[in-house]
Design a protein around this ligand. Structure first.
Ligand SMILES: Nc1ncnc2c1ncn2[C@@H]1O[C@H](COP(=O)(O)OP(=O)(O)OP(=O)(O)O)[C@@H](O)[C@H]1O
Length: 296
């Protein structure tokens, strides 16, 4: 087997990147003729490293990091005509893509999975001129979630997001969204609009049981209305995989959408856990755009 790149974000997952990098390199050396390891120092590095590996026709790119670094790796490959195979060791808090691909959330187990990898195809999302692999979230709830401090995240994990989400519910602010979903025009008052690629959203693997990472579709979830008081009934449905049937939820599977909002100059998006563009947004799917290496 050929040459592979290992991109390590040493700060990710409370510095797990640093601790496990050598074990990952050793596991890869058993399978590939050459392993080049590169450490990121700042935002943008992982994108640049992955892009270079594509241009130099590496066989595969492996990333160690949280959703931010995985997103960067995919973004570096997405525009290239020749795209190396892609895989990763998830080290962050949420890791939706890792969950849906069956990659272990335990780094040691994920490293042992490297012995037996198979190829699958992966859809990649495009939002304006950027890429996403997990979820785009727009609205009051996602905005509050974005405000979670890194220290709080380290201490509380995913629970920190839930807490911030609940604070937003108290504030109760909604926006009037104008959406074109494929050919359908939809106007809806909402506190949270999500566009997801896989079954797992925000670490909840039961939210979209029918979505898969290679179905060539984006999955729209609009939480309808301007208050959440009557939406408590939704919670158990999320955990039993039936959220899409709730009367408070508008759901569509789609390939191409345009999103704008009235009086929402202050509203920013959250893309794979990091702040993204302001509205209006054009969102499309690049179906089965990457070959991913996942556990058997
Ligand atoms: N050497 C480094 N030291 C500190 N920060 C870095 C370094 N290299 C990259 N970064 C930053 O790390 C961020 C990405 O972190 P990533 O999402 O991969 O891990 P995480 O924060 O542990 O995961 P999560 O957000 O899922 O909890 C990028 O925004 C980038 O700016």
């Amino acid at each position: 087997m050929g040459k592979v790149l290992l991109v390590v974000n040493p700060s990710s997952g409370q510095e797990a990147g640093k601790r496990y990098a050598d074990s990952v390199a050793e596991a890869l050396e058993k399978k590939y003729s050459e392993v080049v390891a590169k450490y990121t120092e700042k935002a943008g590095d992982a994108t640049a490293f992955a892009k270079e590996a594509a241009q130099e026709r590496y066989e595969a790119v492996f990333v160690m990091g949280g959703d931010g670094t995985v997103n960067e790796g995919v973004s570096g490959l997405a525009e290239e005509a020749y795209r190396p195979k892609f895989s990763f060791i998830p080290l962050g808090t949420v890791n939706d893509l890792g969950r849906s691909l069956g990659i272990s959330m335990n780094p040691e187990e994920a490293i042992s999975q490297l012995d037996r990898l198979v190829e699958k195809k992966l859809d990649v999302g495009k939002i304006n001129n950027h890429y996403f692999i997990d979820v785009v979230a727009i609205g009051t709830i996602p905005e509050a979630v974005q405000a979670v401090e890194p220290e709080q995240k380290t201490k509380l994990g995913s629970f920190a997001y839930v807490l911030e989400g609940l604070k937003a519910v108290r504030d109760n602010k909604s926006y009037l969204f104008d959406m074109t979903i494929d050919d359908e025009k939809i106007q809806e008052e909402s506190m949270a609009v999500l566009i997801a690629l896989t079954n797992s959203v925000g670490g909840m693997e039961t939210l979209l049981p029918n979505a898969s990472y290679d179905d060539g579709k984006l999955h729209l979830i609009v939480l309808k209305g301007d208050n959440l008081v009557d939406k408590v009934s939704l919670l158990p449905k999320i955990f039993s995989g039936k959220a899409m049937d709730d009367h408070n939820v508008l759901y569509r599977a789609f390939e191409k959408g345009h999103f704008s909002v009235e009086d929402g100059d202050d509203l920013v998006t959250n893309v794979d856990g990091d702040p993204g563009d302001k509205l209006p947004l054009d969102i499309t799917v690049l179906p089965q755009h990457l070959t991913v290496l996942v556990p058997e």
